[in-house]
Write a protein that binds this ligand. Structure first.
Ligand code: FES
Ligand code: MG
Length: 577
């Protein structure tokens, strides 16, 4: 449709939308037009649907460095389709630059997005984001705001290279740091590598949290198909921007809300994709939070039954070998959908108006089998992540089995306990630490209430063991782990220690059993002894707080509820009535 054929927009939409008035609607509308005139808009512009472009660029967000160019492409798409694009900023969460952890601010950004999308006169929005917490925050907010929305990610970085070896942030960051700690890599070498790991704009180059969330948004149908893996600097990324802008104009006209796209069936599709791509553990928390905003939930049992019936097909770091640019070239998320075939709900409708079945009918059949394996020859016959439960994790925990050591899947060990993040920092490299390779490292008080759940679950191998060549051992905590990390690491133990979960009761020398086969995590201490310890336990003194920190601590939920604020969750999935 050319702009001249665009039908007039209905009353109460565009710049006339959501008018605050105190009885005199005409005056309110006249006042708003006065101020829009001050921005130079013509009557023609103001007669169009208004498409909000939610931007999140910041000098503290390397992953969003190219966002201005991408936003220009979105605006072009909006205008070519006859809409008026209006970009506006929200806060931005650059993973590496936020103290104490970006996780503390995901809910703040979600509130910012929700309230600004709701408050401003937009008919639909394009959410432009990329770095780890940004996509979940934008989708949580947009789902609650309930206006038509489409997600556009910034896309992954390209890889770098050092002495002939391909490098990508940030699995290779960790690999080289491990080699440096064990003395294999020298100081000048690690200094040189530092400049080769992240060499373009875009999100981390592996299947970390950002890439996983991009794939999840695509699987949910809220992004355009094939867009998750397009590298940030690739021309296709700009075309995806233009296309997203045009679709947002369609959405403004049809009024299709996110709840009509994101259903239980599409959440199941997203979970299957998460499992098949060997995606980030963080995505379980984010997808839980996003789904619950729409009143949708899934149990640990559902999750494990999907995990046991969904093979890992995508061979990407940190579970495999390749990088996001390879995944894009290999066919991306649609190739995964095609391979998973009947396991997927192909009749789910996407933001484009098509079903997945229609998308696949038109999609290029080609796929690079070294990156996207076939169902017949998967990377692993079962999914990348499992949910665990037991007397140490009554409300669950998770383990990324695709990035763990299989010989540790059925194991029992002696607990070596760190009471807090400070305790860990003070003792992990001590030459006097009493620790053996078959011990279990246990970190407490790093959960949502205690510490805003940082990515501290990737507990380093103690120096005394790293120097002996130990590369992996069982580690567990109430913390999260970076999506780019790997190891036999149990995460998200709920309830957390600071909330009085059984994790708080573990002592040095206790025996713990991990069984991936039976999906269990148990503290092998008699019930009466645990009762005694529970009675003696007191919550540790919290620093006095104010402002957002106080709001966060008082209202953040545990990992099994997605760490959302209790007051943001609809009552039908456990929020306030
Ligand atoms: Fe932004 Fe990794 S730091 S995605
Ligand atoms: Mg990350």
């Amino acid at each position: 449709m050319s702009p001249s054929e665009v039908p007039p927009r209905p009353p109460g939409t565009g710049f006339d939308r959501d008018l605050t008035h105190y009885g005199d609607v005409g005056f309110a509308s006249y006042l708003r037009r006065t101020f829009t005139k001050s921005m130079g808009y013509t009557e023609d512009s103001l007669s169009r649907p208004t498409i909000g472009i939610v931007t999140s660029e910041s000098g503290f967000n390397n992953c969003h460095r190219q966002m201005p160019e991408l936003v220009e492409a979105v605006k072009r798409g909006v205008m070519l389709a006859g809409g008026l694009p209006i970009a506006f900023p929200t806060i931005s969460l650059g993973e590496a630059f936020l103290y104490p952890t970006s996780m503390k601010f995901r809910n703040l950004m979600a509130m910012d997005v929700e309230e600004m999308v709701r408050a401003q006169p937009v008919d639909s929005v394009v959410l432009v984001g990329g770095c780890d917490k940004t996509v979940p925050a934008q989708l949580m907010g947009a789902f609650s705001a309930a206006k038509p929305a489409i997600q556009l990610v910034t896309g992954p970085m390209m890889t770098g290279s050092y002495q002939g070896e391909r490098l990508g942030a940030c699995t290779d960051c960790r690999r080289f740091w491990g080699r440096y700690r064990s003395g294999e890599v020298t100081q000048p070498q690690i200094n040189a590598v530092e400049g080769r790991l992240a060499t373009t704009a875009g999100t981390c180059a592996v299947m970390g949290t950002a890439s996983t969330m991009a794939c999840i948004a695509e699987a949910l149908g809220i992004s355009i198909p094939g867009s998750a893996a397009i590298p940030n600097v690739h021309a296709d990324r700009l075309r995806a921007g233009e296309h997203s802008g045009a679709l947002a104009v369609d959405l403004a006209r049809t009024g299709v809300a996110p709840s009509e796209i994101v259903t239980k069936d599409s959440v199941v599709n997203a979970l299957r994709v998460l499992l098949a791509i060997g995606g980030s553990t963080n995505a379980v928390i984010h997808l839980t939070a996003m789904s619950r905003r729409l009143g949708l939930s899934f149990s640990d049992e559902e999750f494990n039954s999907l995990s046991d019936s969904t093979p890992v097909l995508v061979d990407l770091k940190p579970s495999g070998e390749h990088y996001m640019e390879d995944f894009h070239n290999a066919g991306g998320v649609p190739a995964v959908f095609r391979e998973l075939g009947d396991l997927m709900n192909l009749d789910c409708t996407l933001v484009t108006g098509q079903t997945w079945r229609q998308v696949l009918d038109d999609w290029d059949n080609w796929r690079d089998e070294s990156v996207v394996h076939s169902l017949a020859q998967p990377v692993s016959p079962v999914g990348g992540i499992v949910a665990l439960s037991g007397n140490l994790a009554p409300r669950g925990a998770i383990l990324k089995r695709s990035a763990a050591s299989e010989e540790l899947f059925e194991s029992e060990g002696r607990a070596v306990v760190f009471e807090s993040l400070d305790d860990l920092a003070n003792r992990i490299d001590s030459p006097d630490l009493d620790v053996e390779p078959d011990d279990f490292l246990v970190l407490k008080n790093a959960g949502p209430v205690a510490a805003a759940m940082p990515e501290a679950g990737y507990i380093p191998i103690p120096k005394v063991l790293a120097e002996r060549g130990v590369k992996d051992m069982v580690r567990m905590s109430d913390a999260r782990m970076s999506g780019t990390a790997y190891g036999t690491i149990v995460l998200h133990i709920a309830p957390e220690a600071a909330a009085g979960g059984p994790l708080a009761l573990v002592r040095n020398g206790d025996r713990i059993r991990l069984s991936v086969r039976s999906k269990s995590l148990d503290l092998l201490v008699a019930d009466d002894e645990l009762d005694r310890r529970r009675r003696a336990w007191t919550p540790s003194e919290q620093e006095p707080d104010r402002g957002y920190s106080l709001l966060y601590r008082e209202h953040v939920t545990q990992a099994d509820q997605g760490c959302d604020f209790d007051f943001c969750i609809p009552s039908d999935v456990g929020g306030p009535a």
